[in-house]
Design a protein around this ligand. Structure first.
Ligand code: IPM
Ligand code: MN
Length: 353
């Protein structure tokens, strides 16, 4: 099979880690019946500072034609917070209508979790975060800005259609994952009496179509506690954009940190965008200290998404072995290897089988 992969290395350490993900994909292509055509897009803070450009409509159209997108990281210390995030990352999410943010929280053997007495079997769940609405739409504004009477309003926009497609995806995902067949809705019905009410009702209605999936509901604050105390109770969690953002950072740290945590921005049936969730880590740029495993994991998720399940499983095997047997730690600067050496270790495992 032949795949067109758009690569957006981005800022900071994004290019270093993306290179290792591409390296792993190229190694796989050699030994399997795969052909990847990589097209690179120079998007990010450096380009913005140089040209004032974020993402053009032309690039959006090209990305829509790709089979999937690999993203490194977006974020630049010299650009005011919000500009690149809104202008590139969120723009891509919205323009491609990538309404699912899929974030597996899996503790691999050998990875360090700060949770006492918890091991790999205990931390194995997936967060499905709504990725196209909520507080992220940028609706709201200032009134009397800069005066003592200033008012700031930031609205959370939730549509029945948007909530329903996300909830439905979560039920389908839970069925297909076929582990505990248990889906948890995370919201805040005791305070967000409009938005969480819409989520709750939609969840209940859709759940009737999935009698084999057991369900429960948790307020987001309580869920933050339980994720730490009893992560083993979760199978799949579905939640809105903002809560999903927050709880997946907890997820990342209990699965071994930003060196391993990856996610996918998905519009089922269309090109999806996969990324390590660690950010651009500008202070480490060019030092070879960042763990590329999260980027390689993102490539693994991409393979699964484009339908190359066997190849994806094979890559997961290599990732798992390197994490368990080779790396001293998943943390930046503590791996016992440089960024590109970690990529080489994965390639070596792929060759050995
Ligand atoms: C993430 C990030 C983004 C988000 C930021 C960079 C806009 O934190 O992907 O989780 O909030 O979605
Ligand atoms: Mn985040």
């Amino acid at each position: 099979m032949n795949y067109n992969i758009a690569v957006i290395p981005g800022d900071g350490t994004g290019p270093e880690v993306t290179a290792e993900a591409v390296k792993a994909l190229e190694a796989l292509a050699k030994n399997h019946d795969l052909d990847f055509q990589f097209t690179y897009y120079d998007l990010g803070g450096d380009r913005y500072l140089r040209t004032g450009e974020l993402v053009s409509q032309g690039i959006i159209e090209e990305l829509k034609q790709s089979d999937s997108i690999l993203l490194g990281a977006i974020g630049h210390p010299e650009v005011k917070p919000g500009i690149l995030e809104q202008g590139i990352l969120l723009r891509l999410r919205f323009a491609l209508d990538l309404y699912i943010n899929l974030r597996p929280v899996v503790l691999l053997p050998g990875a360090y979790t700060p949770l006492k007495d918890k091991g790999p079997g205990d931390i194995d769940f997936v967060v499905i975060r709504e990725n196209s609405e909520g507080a992220y739409v940028g609706s709201g504004g200032f009134f009397k800005k800069g005066t003592p009477d200033e008012v700031a309003v930031q609205e959370s926009v939730n549509t029945r259609k948007g909530v329903e497609r996300c909830v439905r995806y979560a039920f389908d995902y839970c069925m297909q994952r076929n582990r505990k067949l248990h889906l948890t809705l995370c919201a805040k019905t005791n305070v967000l009496t409009y938005e969480s009410d819409l989520w709750f009702r939609t969840f209940q209605e859709v759940s009737r179509e999935y009698p084999s999936v057991s369900t429960d509901y948790q307020h987001v604050d309580a869920l933050c506690m339980w994720m730490i105390k009893n992560p083993e109770r979760y199978d799949v969690i579905v939640t809105n954009n903002m809560f999903g953002d927050i709880i997946t950072d907890i997820g990342a740290i209990i699965q071994g940190g930003l060196g391993i945590a990856a996610g996918g921005n998905i519009h089922p049936g269309g090109p999806a965008m996969f990324e390590p969730i660690g950010g651009s880590a500008p202070k480490y740029t060019g030092q070879g200290k960042i763990n590329p495993m999260a980027a390689i994991y993102a490539a693994q998720m991409m393979l699964e998404y484009i339908g190359e399940k066997d190849v994806a499983d094979y890559l997961l095997m290599a990732i798992t072995k390197v994490v368990k047997d080779d790396l001293e730690s998943l943390e930046a600067g503590r791996m016992g290897f440089t960024t590109s050496e970690v990529g080489d270790l994965v390639v070596k495992r792929l060759a050995k089988g």
